[in-house]
Design a protein. Structure first.
Length: 720
């Protein structure tokens, strides 16, 4: 040592990180698991049910059973209250042990629309199984018309208590059909909503979700009420956030159904929903509101130009519609017209892309949009459930039939309802899937001759009347949806199939023409309807309306008379009958009819209005004024009553008094050039020049061909 004090080297301690890693990787997760296990136990004691066995967090329902025990106590039958939406089905309360019970769930495709269970894929599957394994299987059609996934989930809950051995689910077309709100659920974090069926089995998940949703879900009636039936496609507006919520709700219900079935030990087979692309215009289109105003105006002009080229060669239309689509890709009808033109030119892939875009941008989406089949596929994969990809089958059949793979009227009756042959295709695919699954014992595969015999036997059970009714009902649905061209084609097909002897088919053809503003085309089919059924009151009324629209008032009178005799309570028929006499110059007869009508219906504003017009024609002005004021009081929103009163007062020289009712008429009919012109004229006469100019400018803008408004406007501008 040379006097220098040295430090003893520090003993190195063993490294602690392996132990920390061990503790962090094993002990911490164990603590977390123990914590959540304890929390699950506490929540169970508190009575919290997992979401997988609880109610839908998005919507609530008033529940009534689909299948009820009949008077014998031995069989379940479809409840009478559900007969409007479901096929009549019956099965034993006590299922024999050697019988495999299969329930088919879904919407109107599962139901078998436009026919019924016999030609649905469920009916075909039943026929195939009855031949391949007699007495071993029963197939029950539990498809509900207009039922979306959240309603299908309720049906599943019930059938799982009815000795189900297997469930087939075909859903996805009706998700946007009913109006519902998601409220606070729209603000729930995505990770909570997308946690899937696995977490929905945990009470902790259910409690966590409840923290984000303070209010109860919206309650939907047990009775289906679609937006289409109540208002129509005009009730829809583009709402991307709502669409996202609807798709998330579908995903939730697919997982929920798979989870419920798995808990019950019942296998599920999912089917992807297929629909029409060609021959199916969008139900409703809307410009993209996110675009600048100038772009929207340019896109509207381009669409108008393209529409004016309807008779031009396909190549010309392709360029015109492509320009319109480039300006506003979200306008569904422009995409569809582009697809039509591209298809005519043989550009199949481009046409398909346009048709798909048209379907997906339809703001009244009554066909499963592109994400829906993918959601079904993903749900099947998550659940490890078999999948029959009907979308792929349909596309393949379309390629085989026409070489293009774009399904249209050749494969579908309408936007979503497959033809009988396509139901047969799906029924066979499901049968083959069950053969492969070896459900509760082997099933004998069927060769082509056996299948052909089954197909022919079922086809032979359907008579011409069944086909006529099916086509006619589809025509009604499409007519209500505003797709009158497609509806008229189906009605014409029904009429041809019936050999001209079906009054309702003729009626529908004529009615669609009348609604389309083609009264001349409506006359012949409505006359044909009356020839088949002289007591068809609505046909008589619509024929009278068509004749009146063409100014053939004398010819319309006997048909309005027939309508009133057949439907005494139809006030519009009695009113229009009087109006025909008034237009023919017989004010006395019109007044007589209107007095009788008002005696029956004192608050019928239109009758008071026409009575005022008749009295004015008879120069009974004081009574006429009183009648028109009665009309305005009876219905303050009836623009014609205010317009008639203002016109009468102006004609009597009481121009200052005329302004108020004429202004009210213009407010109620802001798009009426006539209402604006009459208001402008009255204002001009009372010296309100600036207001008169504004009203007359509006009139000329609304109708550039209104020469009377243009002359009044020139006079107002030059007046000093």
């Amino acid at each position: 040592m040379n006097g220098v004090t040295g430090h003893e080297p520090r003993r190195r301690r063993p490294a602690r990180w392996p132990r920390r890693l061990l503790l962090g990787g094993v002990v911490t997760p164990l603590v977390v698991i123990a914590f959540f296990a304890a929390l699950e136990a506490l929540l169970a004691l508190a009575g919290v049910e997992p979401a997988a066995v609880g109610d839908d967090p998005y919507v609530g329902f008033s529940r009534t059973p689909l299948f009820v025990v009949d008077d014998t106590g031995a069989r379940y039958t479809t409840a009478a209250s559900k007969a409007k939406w479901f096929n009549d089905q019956s099965f034993a309360v006590d299922k024999p042990d050697d019988v495999t019970r299969i329930f088919c769930l879904g919407g109107s495709t599962t139901f078998g629309r436009p026919y019924d269970d016999r030609t649905s894929f469920c009916g075909w599957l039943r026929a195939l199984l009855d031949t391949a394994a007699p007495g071993r299987f029963e197939v029950i059609n539990a498809g509900g018309v207009s039922y979306a996934s959240y309603r299908v989930a309720l049906v599943l809950d019930e059938v799982l208590t009815r000795d189900a051995d297997l469930v087939i689910i075909y859903t996805g077309h009706n998700e946007f059909l009913e109006d519902r709100t998601y409220g606070e659920l729209a603000d729930v974090p995505a990770w909570v909503l997308s946690a899937g069926s696995a977490l929905s089995h945990l009470r902790t998940f259910t409690a966590a979700r409840a923290l984000f949703t303070r209010s109860a879900p919206e309650t939907i009636s047990d009775e289906v009420s679609t937006r289409l039936d109540v208002i129509g496609p005009d009730d829809y507006d583009r709402d991307d956030a709502w669409r996202t919520s609807v798709l998330e709700h579908l995903r939730f219900n697919l997982d929920r159904m798979a989870g419920r079935a798995a808990d019950a030990g019942v296998p599920v087979v999912f089917v992807t929903p297929a629909g029409q692309l060609r021959d199916c215009t969008p139900f409703a289109s809307e410009p993209d509101a996110a675009l600048p105003a100038a772009t929207l105006a340019r896109a509207a002009d381009l669409r108008a130009r393209a529409a004016s080229l309807a008779s031009a060669p396909a190549a010309v239309r392709v360029e015109a519609w492509r320009a319109a689509v480039d300006a506003d890709p979200r306008f569904a009808l422009a995409q569809y017209r582009l697809g039509e033109a591209l298809f005519e030119t043989g550009k199949v892939e481009a046409a398909r892309a346009a048709f798909v875009a048209a379907r997906d941008e339809d703001i009244c989406p009554l066909r499963a949009i592109s994400p829906v089949p993918d959601l079904v596929r993903a749900a099947a994969e998550r659940a490890g459930a078999p999948l029959v990809d009907f979308v792929t089958l349909v596309d393949g059949r379309s390629r085989a039939a026409g070489g293009h793979g774009i399904p249209g009227r050749d494969l579908f009756f309408d936007h979503v309802h497959p033809t009988i042959e396509m139901h047969w295709l799906l029924g066979q695919a499901l049968f083959d899937e069950l053969v492969a699954l070896d459900v509760r014992g082997p099933i004998s595969p069927l060769d082509a001759p056996a299948r052909a015999a089954i197909y022919q036997a079922v086809q032979n059970s359907i008579d011409v009347r069944d086909h006529v009714v099916a086509l006619r009902n589809l025509a009604k649905v499409l007519g209500w949806a505003g797709k009158r061209d497609e509806a008229a084609a189906l009605a014409a097909d029904a009429s041809a199939l019936a050999g001209g002897g079906d009054a309702e088919s003729h009626f529908l053809t004529g009615t669609f023409a009348l609604q389309d503003g083609r009264p001349a085309d409506a006359i012949a089919p409505l006359e044909a309807a009356l020839a088949v059924d002289p007591g068809y009151a609505e046909a008589a009324y619509n024929l009278a309306e068509a004749l009146a629209s063409l100014g053939r008032y004398a010819e319309a009178i006997p048909h309005f008379e027939k309508s009133t005799s057949l439907q005494p309570d139809k006030l519009s028929a009695s009113n229009n009958l009087a109006l025909m006499h008034l237009r023919l110059g017989d004010a006395e007869r019109a007044l007589e009819l209107l007095d009788a009508l008002i005696a029956r219906a004192p608050d019928y504003a239109r009758a008071h209005n026409n009575r005022g017009t008749a009295l004015a024609r008879l120069r009974r002005y004081t009574e006429a004024e009183a009648a028109l004021r009665d009309a305005a009081r009876a219905d303050p929103g009836y623009a014609e009553a205010h317009a008639s009163l203002g016109t009468l007062l102006a004609a009597l020289g009481r121009r200052a008094e005329a302004v108020a009712p004429l202004r009210r008429a213009a407010e109620l009919r802001p798009a009426s050039a006539e209402a604006q012109r009459k208001l402008g004229e009255a204002l001009l006469e009372t010296g309100e020049r600036s207001a008169a100019i504004a009203a007359l400018e509006t009139a000329t803008r609304l109708d550039p061909d209104d020469h009377a408004a243009a002359l009044l406007l020139d006079r107002a501008r030059t007046q000093r």
